[in-house]
Design a protein around this ligand. Structure first.
Ligand code: CU
Length: 181
């Protein structure tokens, strides 16, 4: 699904205007709605009933392995789900979930979708769902941005310019992530 995208720069340029369109559509829209918003606090975008906020990537401790966190609020009447992720930072982007084993270890597993139930906010955060970016060819630094595209089951497509920021909040539970691959 990720190999036939039009070039990123073209996509972003073409998306400047649709931002102004009032989002009053429903999940039955035949064409994916798109939006791009940059914000200091992390990328934010509204597409239809979906609001994506606080999208950011901690500066990778292991330069080849990054993770993207964000939240998705579904203000609509219908359940939705995040079903695809891609980024210009690497061809290897996946959705992961994190589980703690009885011995206290964190184990990650790829998932096919992340539920975004109607009326709720789904957090992709440390210790839970997250977007895993492996095999990053060019090291990323604080101040960089990476383009991230989210595909939703309901047809929405959300493009974000995600800032790379300093790791915060203590332990990085992805420090040993490369071991899983
Ligand atoms: Cu992971």
């Amino acid at each position: 699904m990720h190999n036939d995208r039009i070039p990123r720069r073209t996509t972003l340029a073409a998306l400047a205007l649709p931002l102004l369109v009032t989002a009053c559509g429903t999940t039955t829209e035949p064409e994916p709605e798109r939006a791009v918003v940059e914000a200091e606090q992390g990328a934010r975008a509204r597409v239809g009933d979906l609001l994506v906020e606080d999208a950011w990537m901690p500066e990778p401790a292991n330069p080849e392995v990054g993770v993207v966190y964000l939240s998705i609020t579904n203000d609509g009447e219908y359940d939705d789900a995040l079903t695809s992720v891609s980024t210009d930072a690497s061809p290897q982007a996946r959705m992961h979930t994190t589980r703690s084993t009885e011995s206290g270890a964190s184990v990650m597993r790829e998932v096919g979708e992340v539920p975004v139930p109607a009326g709720e906010t789904t957090e992709l955060e440390s210790g839970g769902f997250h977007i895993m970016v492996n095999d990053i060819p060019e090291p990323l630094e604080v101040g960089d941005t990476v383009a991230v595209t989210l595909g939703l089951k309901g047809g929405a497509e959300v493009e974000l310019e995600v800032p790379v920021r300093e790791m915060t909040g203590g332990e990085d539970d992805h420090g040993d992530h490369a071991d899983h691959h």
